[in-house]
Write a protein that binds this ligand. Structure first.
Ligand code: ARG
Length: 466
């Protein structure tokens, strides 16, 4: 039911009631009520700042703060009736404040606008969420590091072009995932610096005629700086877009991990077994056990990419300063956050349920001629130029394929036929364990390096992300 226009907080200049259709079309309270805690926090800080500069008396400020705190309790106890007629979280809370504490409640909105208010709420919200997500990335990295430690010596084929390339350790492979997630943490931390700036004081767009102390408000809310330009402060959502881009990269990484887990758990690879608790079956094929969790994570990546594009497009043609378009920033942002939280939670929980089939992995490594480079490197150490060594080993591989053997199964006589430089110690170079152990430098796959890298990563996790 439409209210008479004068019942709207902005109804003074209107003579006709808002069409019900418009009310429903423009209301955002169904989704922006999520910002209630930040909205109340921001309002309390604003009221305190107004008391600090003498715009409100200490008593007025106290009544407003108490009223807002009681509203927070009502909301948390499910005793707050949100109404579409009051459009958004801001006007719902303000109207309730006036109901509760009377006339003095009407003074809260002095020297501010919903335009700087919503930008403040969103920044406070996103800042909290970034901190929570950083904790979750840290958790996932920690779980992966345990698995990497356990699998520091486990040999698997490393791939390029998804063809067996050179042996690596599974620990090393998992550390590659960790590095990606470490950069994701750093990206979030970097985005946070630009989120952590106070818009309040910009008011609708031009600032306010009241004596305000923006640095005081910033201190109360823990913002590192105040926005320098009022027009910019109320309008740009680049901080949210930047976060969405960092989120898209996180999902891209999770999607790559998922793709590998899906491949690895297939009958064809058989490298890992994902525990029953993290798989589902088929309603028709009784034998099936499907890797639904990684599949869904891979699938959800699409919606997060979509939200990034939605936010970029939302912003691209907006003239300064605030436009109502910006109300559309919330649903993509919230869904991005929800998706990230769920994917990171389920991933960290799933990792301990992944059983590694070491023997299968190792067999796959030995079946793929993956030590061919080691034999070529051996010849180089014997003085053969690398290009010639490459050709000789190519022939060795050809010979092994024809003989239906792996390189490590060729005997010394067969090898010596290809090059007289090959001596008994070449056989050692063809062993998988020696191949990985030989890559013994920072960033290499040798088990000793994997263990050292794990220790360094654990140290890095104790530092603030950078
Ligand atoms: N619900 C609005 C939003 O999300 C709040 C700001 C409204 N400002 C305005 N002038 N209509 O952006």
């Amino acid at each position: 039911m439409s209210q008479a226009p004068e019942d709207k907080p902005w109804g003074g200049r209107f003579t006709e009631a808002t069409d019900r259709l418009v009310e429903q079309f423009s209301a955002s309270v169904r989704f922006d009520r999520r910002l209630y805690a930040q909205d109340i926090r921001g309002s309390i800080a604003h009221a305190r700042m107004l008391a600090h500069t003498g715009v409100l008396t200490v008593d007025e400020c106290q009544r407003i703060v108490e009223g807002l705190e009681n509203i927070r309790i009502d909301i948390e106890q499910g005793e707050f009736a949100w109404v579409d007629e009051l459009e958004d979280v801001h006007m719902n809370i303000e109207a309730r404040l006036i109901d509760r504490i009377g006339e003095v409640g009407k003074k809260l909105h002095t020297g501010r606008s919903r335009n700087d208010q919503v930008a403040t709420d969103l920044r406070l919200y996103l800042r909290d969420e970034i901190d929570a997500l950083n904790g979750k990335l840290r958790q996932l990295i920690t779980v992966l590091l345990s698995l990497a430690e356990q699998e520091a010596d486990s040999i698997m084929p490393g791939f390029t072009h998804l063809q067996p390339a050179q042996p690596v350790t599974l620990g090393h492979h998992l550390l590659a995932w960790c590095e990606m997630l470490m950069r994701d943490r750093a990206r979030l931390a970097d985005a946070r610096r630009r989120v952590n700036v106070l818009p309040l004081g910009a008011a609708a767009l031009a600032g306010t005629t009241f004596p305000i102390d923006r640095h005081y408000t910033a201190r109360l809310l823990g913002f590192a700086a105040v926005a320098e330009n009022s027009l910019d402060a109320v309008s740009d959502r680049d901080f949210a877009i930047e976060f969405a881009a960092a989120a898209a990269l996180i999902m891209m990484h999770l999607s790559r991990f998922s793709e590998e887990l899906i491949l690895w758990s297939s009958a064809q690879f058989g490298f890992v077994d994902i525990g029953d608790a993290y798989c589902t079956g088929s309603s028709i094929m009784p034998q099936k056990k499907n890797p639904d969790v990684p599949e869904l994570v891979r699938g959800k990546t699409g919606r997060v990419y979509g939200h990034l594009m939605a936010l970029l497009t939302l912003m691209k043609a907006q003239p300064l300063a605030y436009n109502r378009d910006n109300q559309e920033d919330k649903e993509p942002l919230f869904d991005t956050l929800d998706t990230l939280h769920r994917c990171l939670d389920v991933y960290a929980a799933m990792m301990p349920h992944i059983k590694v089939r070491r023997e299968v992995m190792k067999k796959a490594a030995s079946a793929g001629y993956t030590t061919a480079t080691d034999l070529a490197d051996y010849l180089v150490r014997k003085g053969v130029p690398f290009r010639d060594a490459h050709a000789v080993v190519g022939q060795a591989v050809r010979h092994a394929i024809d003989a239906g053997k792996d390189l490590s199964e060729l005997n010394l006589e067969e090898l010596r036929r290809l090059s007289p430089k090959i001596e008994a110690d070449a056989l050692a170079a063809l062993r998988l364990e020696n191949s990985v152990a030989a890559r013994n430098h920072v960033g290499g796959t040798a088990p000793a390096q994997v263990r050292a890298a794990i220790a360094r990563l654990r140290e890095r996790l104790l530092q603030p992300p950078a």
